[in-house]
Design a protein around this ligand. Structure first.
Ligand SMILES: [Zn+2]
Length: 270
């Protein structure tokens, strides 16, 4: 009797091992099939998502096809490109800083005008919990500027900082999101530990250029972190008077007099 139980136990253990082995094999096979049909799997999953959360255009709120992202084709066409990347002569953006501070290269993707579609895109970029939108446009800007080779010598990106409190409530800094997107196509690092925002300033509107600049200078501070690059690019979401950029450039040059500074912005006021 005792012997019989022992044999049954061994057989049971043997069968159990085979069963476990087959189970593992099945699991591996299932993953292999899923991996092979990853695109099909994702396609169905996206279709399902689309049903629950329709893909709406940020601008016109119309439903978009699954191939469109954030902005529909029609609204995309309404955004006014600067084409600064193809300029052989100095652009309006270069001229904005003439006599104020020396900047190597400047680039902005779109012109900014109030009451135009670009305003809503910028708003979404800033307040819409849409860091992925920043990554998306950043990567796109990276592709645009890398075709011309103007930014080939830029070694790192410094996004215009926002106050930590503001960043906490927004969940991200829109300029950092743009810089991260740029970084993915330009393959250079994003440095968020060099310049810090000191004061949670009130709006700049209603102040004249000098007051704005004075105000801007006090807003930023350098950290103890040492910058080990010769050429950096400041990344901003929108440039209006250029006071913020000017202040950041002056501040960086106060510690690194020979630093070459370029500029990449998503938009520039027309
Ligand atoms: Zn649209």
């Amino acid at each position: 009797m005792i012997k019989f139980i022992k044999i049954t136990g061994e057989i049971y253990f043997f069968l159990f091992t085979i069963k476990e082995f087959l189970n593992t094999l099945m699991l591996i096979l299932t993953y292999a099939i899923m991996f092979q049909n990853k695109t099909a799997f994702r396609y169905y999953l996206e279709g399902f998502q689309h049903l629950i959360f329709p893909n709406l255009c940020l601008q016109c709120q119309q439903e978009m096809s699954r191939h469109e992202k954030y902005i529909c084709m029609f609204c995309w066409d309404k955004l006014q490109r600067t084409y600064f990347e193809s300029y052989l002569e100095p652009s309006a953006m270069d001229k904005l800083f003439w006599g104020r501070c020396q900047i190597q290269e400047t680039f902005a993707l779109y012109f900014f005008e109030k009451e135009k579609p670009i305003q809503e895109v910028l708003h979404a970029l800033k307040y819409g919990f849409k860091a992925p939108l920043g990554h998306y446009f950043g990567a796109y800007m990276g592709k645009v500027i890398s075709t011309k080779g103007k930014y080939d010598r830029v070694e790192a990106l410094i996004p215009v900082p926002i106050h930590p409190q503001k960043e906490f409530f927004r969940g991200y800094n829109q300029s950092t999101a743009l810089a991260e997107g740029l970084s993915s196509t330009l393959n250079i690092p994003v440095l968020t530990n060099i310049v810090k925002k000191k004061t949670n300033n009130a709006s700049q509107t209603g102040k004249n250029r000098f007051l704005r600049w004075d105000n801007a200078m006090e807003q930023f501070g350098l950290t103890k972190q040492v910058l080990n690059y010769q050429h950096i690019a400041i990344v901003d979401d929108v440039i209006t008077t250029g006071a913020t950029i000017e202040a950041m450039v002056q501040l960086l040059r106060s510690k690194y007099p020979n630093l070459q500074i370029s500029l990449i912005s998503f938009a520039i006021a027309k």
